[in-house]
Design a protein around this ligand. Structure first.
Ligand code: DX5
Ligand code: ZN
Length: 240
């Protein structure tokens, strides 16, 4: 499984989102991460459905929409229709998480569930077999530019184990908050395969290059690919 880079436009210049997206796409961005905040679930207000619709027209890569809102059930259909390819919802606000996850899938989007830093991995237990991805928050959601919470890489390992126990080996783990070229290798080594990065990319002087550098740092931490059988020691040279 490769590592995907998902620049978070939260740290970009909102007056020039098209330029921001073009730059990170040139740098190899795999997804565009869109942070939707309602001022209730988190203490900040950002963007909503019309912005996702506009971004969809200009982005070449899929839109990964992270809903930090108290009532996602009311809005998932609108976000999917606006062009969200991936929609993630916080387990902390959803008493009927199973219904919500399957509603996202029925709309044709990939369904992710998000764990806040203080939310235990056990919250995933009954839904781990149903999700397309799990988003581990490595900061408390609400703002860009916060410091990575150190224990988060261990949490990624616990989430990977929970997914594997449920037989869901294809589900990716996404991580969000304080990701840069210092923290990226350790979260990839722990099992993260989608890295969200806002300030590390858009507060740099060259977001294209920052995307490329982050991708290289992440790829360098992937486990080594098993050697091909034909390279195995003891096999006669020239044998097919
Ligand atoms: C925080 C958001 C993040 C944010 C990350 O609530 O979910 O996606 O943009 O920003 P950095 O990478 O600066 O920590
Ligand atoms: Zn986010």
């Amino acid at each position: 499984m490769t590592v995907q880079i998902a620049p978070s436009i939260l740290s970009a210049n909102f007056a020039a989102l098209g330029d921001a997206i073009a730059a990170v796409e040139r740098g190899g961005a795999d997804l565009i991460h869109v942070d939707v905040m309602d001022g209730h679930f988190v203490p900040n207000i950002t963007i909503g459905i019309p912005v996702v619709r506009s971004l969809k027209r200009i982005a070449s890569v899929p839109l990964d929409v992270h809903l930090m809102i108290t009532d996602p059930d009311r809005y998932i259909e609108a976000f999917a229709e606006a062009g969200a390819s991936m929609i993630s919802v916080h387990v902390e606000v959803l008493p009927h998480l199973h219904r919500t996850v399957h509603a996202i899938k029925a709309l044709g989007a990939k369904a992710g569930v998000v764990l806040n830093p203080a939310t235990p991995v056990g919250a995933l237990e009954q839904i781990a077999g149903d999700v397309d991805f799990v988003l581990v928050m490595s900061v408390n959601p609400g703002f860009g530019g916060q410091t990575f919470i150190p224990r988060s890489d261990l949490k990624v390992m616990e989430v990977r184990a929970a997914l594997d126990r449920a037989g869901n080996t294809v589900a990716r783990i996404e991580i969000d908050g304080g990701i840069d070229i210092e923290t990226a290798p350790r979260v990839v080594a722990a099992g993260a395969r989608i890295l969200v990065a806002g300030s590390a990319i858009f507060h740099s002087s060259d977001p294209e290059r920052a995307t490329r550098d982050l991708k290289a740092a992440a790829a360098g931490a992937l486990p080594a690919v098993p050697r091909l059988a034909r390279d195995a020691p003891g096999r006669p040279r020239g044998a097919n």
